[in-house]
Design a protein around this ligand. Structure first.
Ligand code: ATP
Ligand code: MG
Ligand code: MG
Ligand code: MG
Length: 571
């Protein structure tokens, strides 16, 4: 350690909010170069490489072949699939000196598809699975938590090519199993959830979510049956619009200035006058008011007959808002629309409409916005609203808390996406017309899967899941060093003895970080805790009596062992 390129920091970095970010910076594993862009220092790089290697071994074990594509890519292939445009602002676009458009790869379906088309032409070549461990670029709207959500990050991405659906299913299952092995070896606590396929297109898709309070994904789990799904996947996809007429338009009122509750009540009561007659079968109406620029939104529920409006103030919070459903008994005849309310700050303007099945009117519903696939609304904002053209924009909401398998109730939790597997089908092979000669002599269009693991993100996830209040703690598979050997005794015999012990541990196949710095034992112990090697060996005062101390960083247990037994006690 006297020569290691490492400086630990006593204070948390100002821009860090989540523990993994604070600790990885304080422990000198990573350094920020720009927002969402990080440098890997010696200890951090060792963890990153260890994660890579586990991923590589398990990918190789299912017969996937490693290649490496460029990160600097031509526009053309992405134009052909529409993703040059679809990717929006998240794509890093650039021009070369001739003014030709290029991009930095966010994911590589296009390039792998073209590559296979170029090399393979017969059914005899199939199936094939290729992968790379490579740096990806996405201009994330909110880079966050250090390497957890970077704009430059390392991903393992693999792509399977098969002749038919059964083949694709087999490739998908092989990946699913490989991922389970990877995450088990790494020591990640995770769940597999049904996912929506999002921008990738295609059908079957599952996400591997590391359980963590700081996660941005919300998933639901049925404790009784083990069923788990991303919140957005619990909702069935949009259904055909249902013709709808005969009911009055809801009033939506934009106020130029921030209103007071009283002024809103007055306005709403006025607006209700004459809008709904007593003959209306509807009992409750929704009045919705948005103050431009304000970080809140008011929803009122009025009863036409009574001309009374009761406003519920919804403070926008970082938590999705859960609001009681305020509908009553008249909602059996017609489906009605609800304005979705997006919980996290900054998304108030993102108004999404949902069709609610009246039969679930008295429950809490899980709903999600189609245009905000990663944001979730937990719960339901009550009321009804009607589209101007008399049709209903449709989306479906299912009963509150019940698991779709009918085996129990759902509870929600937060997770960090660490892996994602897709059965893409022919979206990309159609775009590039990738056919091989089939067994019958006819061309066969290949079918594809794509599979990602967030390699650099996993470093943060492991830090997040395993740290304690003293610092990092690394599972054995990924630890930068197996043993942290602290010299806490200045006697030359102890110093020499520590050197010998380090060499013996090394000979036994263990990697040793030797703290030979001229620092106090207290400083060294603090650093050992912060850096997080699973085993700390202290050559201290006891050395004169022939013993060293072994500390287990995970359990906190400390034992004294004779120097001669130290290697066997650790190995
Ligand atoms: P997220 O929902 O977190 O934005 P994603 O669904 O956009 O991730 P994919 O396109 O499925 O990501 O990419 C495969 C994997 O790459 C993800 O499962 C995740 O582990 C990782 N990943 C994606 N974006 C980032 C990022 N900005 N920083 C670090 N890792 C990332
Ligand atoms: Mg993303
Ligand atoms: Mg995602
Ligand atoms: Mg994903």
């Amino acid at each position: 350690m006297s020569t290691l390129f490492l400086r630990t920091l006593r204070d948390d970095p100002a821009d860090a909010e989540v523990p993994s970010h604070k600790l990885l910076v304080r422990a000198g594993y990573v350094r920020r170069a720009a927002p969402g862009v990080y440098s890997w220092l010696p200890l951090g790089l060792r963890v990153l490489r260890a994660v890579e290697n586990v991923v590589r071994e398990e990918m190789n074990a299912i017969g996937a072949q490693e290649i490496l594509l460029p990160a600097l890519l031509p526009r053309d292939p992405y134009e052909q699939t529409g993703r040059w445009t679809e990717y929006g602002d998240a794509l890093f676009r650039l021009k070369d000196r001739k003014g030709v458009d290029m991009l930095l790869g966010p994911t590589h379906e296009e390039l792998f598809t073209q590559l296979v088309k170029g090399e393979y032409s017969s059914y005899k070549d199939m199936p094939v699975t290729l992968y790379q461990i490579q740096t990806k670029y996405r201009d994330e709207e909110r880079p966050r938590a250090g390497i957890l959500r970077g704009r430059e990050f390392v991903m393992k991405d693999s792509y399977s090519f098969d002749l038919d659906d059964d083949g694709l299913k087999a490739s998908y299952d092989a990946h699913r199993e490989a991922y389970q092995k990877i995450f088990a070896r790494l020591g990640v606590k995770y769940v597999i959830v049904a996912a929506t396929s999002g921008a990738m297109g295609g059908s079957a898709s599952e996400e591997f979510l590391a359980e963590s309070e700081v996660g941005e994904d919300t998933f639901v789990r049925c404790v009784e049956s083990g069923y788990a799904a991303n919140v957005e996947a619990v909702v069935t996809p949009p259904v055909e619009p249902i013709p709808f007429d005969g009911l009055p338009q809801a009033k939506v009122h934009d106020t130029p200035d921030a209103p007071t509750i009283d002024s809103l009540v007055d306005w709403a009561n006025d607006a209700l006058e004459g809008t709904y007659s007593a003959a209306d079968t509807l009992k409750n109406v929704l009045v919705k008011v948005r103050a431009p620029g304000a970080d809140w939104e008011l929803l009122g529920v009025g009863v036409p007959g009574d001309r009374e409006v009761d406003f519920k103030r919804l403070e926008a919070s970082l938590e999705p808002a859960e609001v009681e459903l305020l509908t009553e008994d008249d909602f059996t005849a017609n489906p009605f629309l609800v304005k979705g309310y997006i919980g996290p700050k900054g998304l108030q303007d993102n108004e999404v409409r949902y069709l609610v099945d009246p039969r679930v009117a008295d429950g809490t519903a899980w709903i999600t916005g189609a245009d905000e696939p990663n944001k979730h609304v937990v719960g339901l904002v009550a009321g009804r609203d009607f589209t101007p053209d008399g049709t209903i924009e449709a989306a479906e909401v299912r009963d509150g808390d019940a698991s779709p398998d009918g085996k129990g109730t759902l509870v929600s939790a937060k997770g960090i996406e660490i892996g994602h597997i897709f059965q893409l089908g022919r979206k990309y092979t159609d775009a590039f017309e990738v056919d091989v000669l089939g067994e019958t002599g006819k061309p066969v269009r290949l079918t594809m899967g794509s599979y990602g693991v967030g390699v650099s993100r996993l470093v943060a996830v492991l830090a997040e899941q395993w740290h304690d209040d003293k610092g990092l703690r690394w599972p054995r598979e990924v630890t930068p060093f197996d043993v942290h050997l602290v010299i806490a005794n200045k006697d030359q015999a102890a110093v020499d003895g520590a050197g010998t012990l380090a060499a013996d541990l090394d000979a036994a196949g263990l990697e040793v970080l030797l703290d030979d710095r001229k620092a106090s034992p207290g400083v060294k112990f603090k650093d050992a805790e912060l850096l997080g090697m699973p085993t700390v060996v202290v050559v201290g005062r006891g050395y004169a009596n022939g013993v060293v101390e072994l500390r287990d960083r995970f359990t906190g247990e400390s034992t004294e062992v004779p120097v001669a037994d130290a290697v066997s006690a650790i190995a």
